[in-house]
Design a protein around this ligand. Structure first.
Ligand code: PLP
Length: 406
């Protein structure tokens, strides 16, 4: 018999999509996998060298629960240069990936029944963690506004129970980037309503010209005392499996997170900590991050050129991150295959079965009319996969297909 809390959330939709792709491949199918939430490449060399050196030095023991001091200091220095404000190590907790950072943040600030504003489409884990912490996700639909929340919708959703808002820019899955005006409005709303801002900037290194990533704290410094910045090295250094991220915020919240982490996982992996520290100290200015950005820029441009061939779906804006997010609303209204295809789950299944292309259905992100395709995949997989996607989507309402189903 399981605890009641286990029925609060479904299993991760993105993990499910990856599993479906793997199962198809294990069954002998050629699968072009665009479902992964990571860039498929070697991790940052400086971090690898730092990790190897740490192993050789025999760094095998527990560390401070929220990370070794030099790493917290290096993160604080980086935040200081990114936000133009001074940060110190006691405002930083290093966590096992951003996912643990977000979970700890939810546990540290939410009381049972607290409401949390979550723009939809959302990264699949946000509402699950709010529920686990006893809170209530309040979904704000952004689909009619270019996948950005309208400030009036956010204000209308405020109640006396509202305790926090989760902002993720660049956004997973949609790739949208919040501009300074919107961030300023959100900061003002948070200050007026006295709520927390959980600011997830895991994809902050991946924003494409002419846009720029802005941390809400650098736009409105007054919001800093109620902001928990969450970030990770997972995506920016291509070491998702190492599990290293952080939360930065007021020292009393960081102290609470330390107490919580002390009873759950203790410190994040020591070797990963030393590896990332080496990157931050010695390699940060080297070419790795620039090279990764360049690769993604090229993949994005080549991908968008192919997606321009879609007859019904608007070409995605893909302003940041490494996801193309397709709006399938017009396709679904056309009742593809005589109504046999009703939502993005069906489209995703057909793409896997007929084109051998794995993506993630928008239902994983609270949007039954979206489809996420990652351009973190190697280009030799990405480009043929996108050509197949265009072919299948364009052909989905053709008379031959209707006949096949009928
Ligand atoms: N936040 C967002 C928006 C993400 O997309 C992800 C991973 O996909 C995470 C947090 C978690 O990152 P990590 O792998 O560092 O836990």
């Amino acid at each position: 018999m399981l605890a009641q809390r286990m029925s609060l959330f479904p299993a991760s939709g993105t993990a499910g999509a990856r599993a479906a792709a793997k199962a198809a491949a294990a069954g002998g199918r050629e699968v072009l996998d665009l479902s992964a939430g990571e860039v498929i490449c070697e991790p940052a060399g400086g971090a690898v060298a730092g990790a190897i050196a740490a192993l050789k030095r025999g760094e095998n023991r527990y560390t401070d629960t929220v990370g070794i001091a030099p790493l917290r200091e290096a993160i604080a220095r980086r935040l200081s240069s990114e936000t133009g404000q001074v940060w110190s190590a006691d405002e930083v907790a290093v966590t096992a990936g951003a996912k643990q950072g977000l979970f700890n943040a939810a546990m540290a600030v939410l009381n049972p029944g607290d409401e949390v504003l979550v723009p939809v489409p959302y990264w699949t884990t946000f509402p699950a963690q709010v529920l686990l912490a006893g809170g209530k996700p309040m979904h704000i639909d952004t689909r009619a506004n270019g996948y950005l929340p309208r400030i009036e919708d956010l204000r209308a959703a405020l109640t006396p129970a509202t305790r926090a808002i989760i902002i993720n820019t660049p956004n997973n899955p949609t790739g949208t980037v919040y501009d300074r005006v919107l961030l300023g409005d959100i900061a003002e709303l948070a200050i007026d309503a006295r709520i927390w801002v959980v600011f997830d900037e895991c994809y902050g290194s991946f924003v494409y010209d002419p846009l720029r990533h802005h941390n809400i704290v650098s736009v409105v410094p007054e919001v800093r005392s109620r902001t928990l910045v969450v970030n990770a090295f997972s995506k920016q250094l291509a070491l998702t499996g190492w599990r290293l991220g952080y939360v930065a915020g007021p020292p009393e919240v960081i102290a609470a997170i330390k107490a919580l982490q002390g009873h759950t996982t203790s410190n994040p992996n020591v070797i990963a900590q030393h590896g990332v520290l080496a990157h931050l100290l010695h390699e940060r200015d080297a070419g790795f991050e620039r090279g990764l950005h360049h690769r993604l820029c090229q993949a994005r441009s080549a991908g968008l050129e192919i997606l321009a061939g879609l007859e019904r779906e608007p070409v995605p804006t893909a302003q940041g991150g490494f996801y193309f997010y397709l709006d399938l609303a017009r396709l679904l209204t056309a009742r593809p295959r005589a109504g046999a295809i009703a939502d993005a789950d069906d489209v995703t299944r057909v793409l896997l079965e007929e084109a051998g292309v794995a993506g993630v259905s928008g239902t994983a992100f609270g949007d039954p009319s979206g489809l996420r395709l990652s351009y973190g995949a190697p280009v030799e997989i990405l480009l043929p996969a996108l050509r197949r996607v265009v072919g299948v989507l364009n052909g989905m309402t053709s008379p031959e297909h209707i006949r096949v189903v009928a």
